[in-house]
Design a protein around this ligand. Structure first.
Ligand code: GRF
Length: 207
């Protein structure tokens, strides 16, 4: 069984998609063993509790030094002994040690087709606002492994989503979630849990 820890900051709809997929047997050979949030009132924590999964909050506000927070965050992740760490809307700059410790064992979901509309500052509605401002006809979502850069690690899965006339950033965000994110993230975990993914020379391969 692949031990999965999910890290969140907000509503946790991607977390929910993963929990539902495990329950429905769409993800096999994996269990979500813990959820970590940096925000004490993230609704994702409630979703975890409702599913009977241990959930902890590690808030930067509880520490006077960033280094102390970084250590606490790594300790929280390690405490679950995960095989895979899933960033599902985790809006924190990751400590380098965490990235190094979980190299090729940490994935992130990003709400655009990387390398478009990604990198520093591209999170939340901003991504979809910029897609609309550029007049794109398609956007989508990407699941990638996490490396030291921002949204720069090996790409595992991508799915395109149509941009429609009259879309608002909110409408587009919702469509990207429904048609891409909530499908890609469970699929990525299922592939990894079933030994169907290898990372070699900076590229993810589906075996
Ligand atoms: C999603 O759009 C995800 O792609 C991004 O943050 C958002 C999280 O939403 N990284 P939710 O908390 O899963 O609802």
């Amino acid at each position: 069984m692949l031990r999965v820890v999910v890290m969140v900051s907000g509503g946790g709809t991607n977390l929910q998609a993963v929990l539902d997929a495990v329950r429905d047997g769409k993800i096999t050979n994996a269990e979500v063993v813990g959820v970590i949030s940096n925000k004490p009132n993230a609704y994702a924590l409630t979703r975890a509790e409702n599913a009977g999964i241990p959930a902890v909050c590690v808030s930067p506000k509880s520490y006077s030094e960033r280094e102390q927070f970084n250590e606490a965050l790594l300790a929280a992740v390690d405490s679950f002994s995960p095989d895979l760490v899933v960033l599902a809307g985790f809006l924190v700059i990751l400590p380098e040690l965490l990235i190094r410790s979980y190299k090729n064992r940490m994935i992130n979901i990003h709400p655009s087709l990387i390398p478009s509309f990604c990198g520093k500052g591209f999170y939340g509605l901003k991504v979809h606002e910029e897609v609309l401002a550029r007049g794109c006809r398609v956007t989508g979502a990407t699941v990638h492994f996490v490396d030291e850069g921002c949204d720069s690690g090996p790409i595992l899965l991508q799915k395109a989503v149509e941009v429609r006339q009259g879309d608002t950033p909110e409408v587009l965000q919702r469509r990207v979630m429904e048609e891409a994110e909530w499908q890609l993230l469970p699929r990525a975990i299922d592939l990894i849990a079933n030994g169907k993914v290898a990372v070699k020379d900076g590229f993810a391969q589906i075996l």
